[in-house]
Design a protein around this ligand. Structure first.
Ligand code: AMP
Ligand code: ZN
Length: 482
C-alpha cells in the first residue's frame, strides 16, 4: 500500500498517515458561510482537500473514505445580508449554496460524501452544549452559554499559543457576562427577525464553532482521521472545536491529523475589496477563464505555501493545459464520445489504467501537487500520441488530477460568451465574404485584429470562421465591438 505522509499542524511534523480504520477513512473540512459568491481564496481549501480526497480514495478504495464538508447557514453575516437586501435568509442561503456547488464543480472538485448544513443539526448542538454544561466546561449567563476555556488545560495547543498570547493577539469580544475574556459563545439569544430555536437557555441560535463539533461527531464519530481548513481558521475556530469536542467526548481524540492550507494572494498582495483586487470564482469564470485553468494554477503551488494568483500564472497555465488538450484531441474525443465508447470499451473511464505511480508518490508526499503537475506534463510531452496505451495513461493522469472534464478546454460559462463569439464569427465571415467580392480586405482585417488582440484564436477556412479563446484572452478588449 502507498504510504501517505501529511504535515500535521498538531505535531508540527510531517507524519506517516495511519487511519483509525482503513475500511472507513474519515475527513472533515470546514466549509463556507453562505451569503455571497465564493471568492477565489475560498476555493483554495476546496481544491486542496479535493486532491486529498482523491488520493485517499485511490489508496484505500472508493468506498472506504468518508469526506464531510459543512455549510454554515446560520451566522451574523447572513442575518446582516438578509436585512440589507430585504430577502429571506433561507432564500439567500439556498441560492448561495447552489452557487458554491456550481463554482466548485467548474474547478473540477468532486462533491464530498456529506455536506451538512448547520441549521439541520441544532438538536445535536443543543445536546452537546448540555453535556458541556454538565461536565463543568460551560456556563449560562444572560441568555448566553459560554465555553469556559480555563476548564480545558490543552486550550491553545494546536496553534501553540498560551491563553495570554491569544488575548493579546486577537480581537476577543469583551462582554460583562464572560468569566474570562477568552470564553467563547456556544449559544446566544435571538430576537425579532433573527433566526432562532427553542432551547433550555431560551430562544436563540448557536455560536459559530459548535456546529463543526456537533456535525463531525454525528457523521464521523468522536475520533476521526483528518480535519482541514485554511490556516486563518486555526485560531480561534479550530482551537474551539477541539476544546468543545474533547470536553464533551473525553474518550475520543477528535481529529488526529490537522491540515491547514496557506492563504491565497493576488499579484503579491492580500486580496481585499479596498485594494481593488478582490474577485470571486464566478468573476473569473465569467471572463471566460476555464475552471480547469484556475485549478491548474492552484495545483502549481504547494498548499502550505502562500499562493499568488497572477495574470501571468493564469496565462501560463492556460497555455500549458491547451497544449495538452490539443496533443490529445483524438483521445479526448474518443473518451467523451458515448458512441465511440459503446463500440470501443478501451475508452471507458473504468478501463483506463491507474494514474502513474510517480504521480501518486508525489501526492503521497504531503500533497506535492506541483510535482504531480510536472509529472503529468512530462508524461504528456513524452507520450506517443499514436499509442493507445500512452493516450490512456495521459487521460488517466489528467482525470485523476481533476482535468479533462470535456473534450476541449472550454470556459465554464458558455452561454453568453459562446453567443458573443458566434456573433463575432459571423460578422467576420460577412466582412470576409464582402472583402473577397470587392478585393478590399481593410475592414475584415481590422475586425480580425481586434479579435486577435483580445487573445482570440481566429481560424478561417473557405466556408467557415471559428473563434476560440486563447490563453491571452481578455474580454475587456472586445468592449469596442459591443
Ligand atoms: P469563510 O467562508 O470565510 O469561513 O471561508 C471558507 C474557507 O475559505 C475557510 O477554509 C478559509 O480558511 C478559506 N479562506 C478564506 N480566505 C482565504 C484565502 N485568502 N486563501 C485561502 N483560503 C481562504
Ligand atoms: Zn469548522
Amino acid at each position: 500500500m502507498v504510504e501517505i505522509k501529511l504535515h500535521n499542524t498538531k505535531t508540527r511534523k510531517k507524519e506517516v498517515f495511519t487511519p483509525i480504520d482503513a475500511s472507513n477513512v474519515r475527513m472533515y473540512v470546514c466549509g463556507p458561510t453562505v451569503y455571497d459568491r465564493a471568492h477565489l481564496g475560498n476555493a483554495r481549501p476546496v481544491v486542496v482537500f479535493d486532491v486529498l480526497n482523491r488520493l485517499l480514495r485511490h489508496v484505500y478504495g472508493e468506498e472506504h473514505v468518508t469526506y464531510v464538508r459543512n455549510f454554515t447557514d446560520v451566522d451574523d453575516k447572513i442575518i446582516a445580508r438578509a436585512e440589507q437586501s430585504g430577502r429571506e435568509i433561507g432564500q439567500i442561503t439556498s441560492e448561495t449554496t447552489q452557487w458554491f456547488l456550481d463554482d466548485m464543480a467548474a474547478l473540477g472538485a468532486r462533491e464530498p460524501d456529506h455536506m451538512p448544513r448547520a441549521t439541520q443539526y441544532i438538536p445535536q448542538m443543543v445536546l452537546m452544549i448540555e453535556e458541556l454544561i454538565a461536565g463543568g466546561h460551560a456556563y449560562e449567563a444572560e441568555g448566553h452559554v459560554l465555553f469556559a476555556v480555563e476548564s480545558y488545560a490543552k486550550y491553545g495547543a494546536l496553534s501553540g499559543r498560551t491563553v495570554k498570547d491569544m488575548i493579546a493577539g486577537s480581537r476577543v469580544e469583551v462582554a460583562p457576562y464572560k468569566r474570562n475574556p477568552m470564553d467563547f459563545v456556544l449559544w446566544k439569544p435571538s430576537s425579532g427577525d433573527q433566526p432562532g430555536w427553542d432551547s433550555p437557555w431560551g430562544y436563540g441560535r448557536p455560536g459559530w464553532h459548535i456546529e463543526c463539533s456537533a456535525m463531525s461527531y454525528e457523521l464521523l464519530g468522536d475520533s476521526f482521521d483528518i480535519h482541514g481548513g485554511g490556516n486563518d481558521l486555526m485560531f480561534p475556530h479550530h482551537e474551539n472545536e477541539i476544546a468543545q469536542s474533547c470536553c464533551a467526548h473525553p474518550k475520543g481524540d477528535f481529529a488526529r491529523y490537522w491540515l491547514h492550507n496557506e492563504m491565497l494572494q493576488v499579484e503579491g498582495r492580500k486580496m481585499s475589496k479596498s485594494l481593488g483586487n478582490f474577485f470571486t470564482v464566478r468573476d473569473l469564470l465569467g471572463q471566460g477563464v476555464p475552471g480547469e485553468v484556475i485549478r491548474f494554477v492552484f495545483l502549481s503551488t504547494h498548499y502550505r505555501k502562500p499562493m499568488d494568483w497572477t495574470e501571468n500564472m493564469r496565462r501560463t497555465a492556460h497555455r500549458a493545459l491547451s497544449n495538452i488538450y490539443e496533443d490529445f484531441e483524438n483521445a479526448l474525443h474518443n473518451f467523451h464520445s458515448e458512441v465511440i465508447k459503446e463500440r470501443l470499451p478501451e475508452w471507458r473511464e473504468e478501463n483506463l489504467p491507474k494514474p502513474s505511480p510517480a504521480l501518486i508518490t508525489a501526492l503521497a508526499n504531503d500533497l506535492n501537487t506541483a510535482d504531480a503537475l510536472r509529472i503529468f506534463r512530462e508524461h504528456a510531452r513524452q507520450a506517443d500520441v499514436a499509442s493507445l496505451t500512452d493516450q490512456q495513461q495521459v487521460l488517466a493522469n489528467g482525470r485523476f488530477l481533476g482535468f479533462f472534464s470535456s473534450n476541449t478546454l472550454k470556459p465554464a460559462i458558455t452561454a453568453q460568451l459562446v453567443a458573443d463569439l458566434e456573433g463575432y464569427a459571423s460578422r467576420l465571415k460577412e466582412l470576409r465574404d464582402k472583402a473577397i467580392e470587392t478585393k478590399n480586405f481593410a475592414n475584415a482585417d481590422a475586425f480580425k485584429n481586434i479579435l486577435t488582440e483580445a487573445g482570440i484564436i481566429v481560424q478561417i477556412s473557405k466556408s467557415e470562421v471559428t473563434l476560440k479563446q486563447g490563453p491571452d484572452f481578455d474580454p475587456s478588449k472586445l468592449e469596442s465591438l459591443k
